[in-house]
Design a protein around this ligand. Sequence first.
Ligand SMILES: [Zn+2]
Length: 264
Amino acid sequence: MYAEFPCLPAGKRAATLPQMRPRLRYLARAALYAVLGCSVQMLPAAEIKVLERQMLDVSRLQGDGNRRDVPVHELKLTLVYFSGGNWPRDAILQATEEAAGILSQCGVRLSQIELMRVDAPQQFHDFHTPVSRLLARALHAGKPTLYFVSDTRQQPAFDAEAIGRGNSRTRPELADSVWITRAARDPGIALAHELVHVLMDSGEHAGEQGNLMREDTAPENTRLNAAQCALIRETGEKNGLLQRRAGSPGRTRPGVTGSQRGTS
Ligand SMILES: [Zn+2]
């Protein structure tokens, strides 16, 4: 079985890994791969499999299509979930639909969803940087990527977490991704909140009442102000995560920004 660890120095294999419990052994292996810079392709091919890859009709996933603003930037999302995981497909789509509706107030329109159903060992079902890096590297998913995970093993633990460019220097595979656990309250709002972190490439929070970017997600916190919308569009486009629609104005239109200010 040690043939599957081609990156591990031979002398250390028998001395450390076999005595560990399976989970620990797996994590140790993942950490070694990360440290040694080994490619996930060296893992057994059977470890991670994409069972289904589906482009969804987004016309029914536009959230609140009656928002005041005209979409000017398009967003393509890849959603990853696990066969045997605790996120039902319907719950994933419902949360995504709600998040898309919230982002539409900034002139961001969901234009494509790719849904990936993945078969992977249980260890991949939770967010944990060393293992999740391997997953992301194996999948080559389009970005931004939303991973619907069972739980987190990160410390400190968050129900949902965003990884942009600024906080991914030591884990580049995870750039432009959101990891949301099944425990997340108000998952559509949590998803929108984390996606905004990714699009803005900023971990900044807002104190404004009713603002989506307040630290705590709540059903009444859904608004984004004009400055936030501008940053989402500008940074998102600069990082290749948003595509400006042909013929859209280069800068925010006054009428649009004026209608988006959150209350205070
Ligand atoms: Zn946040």
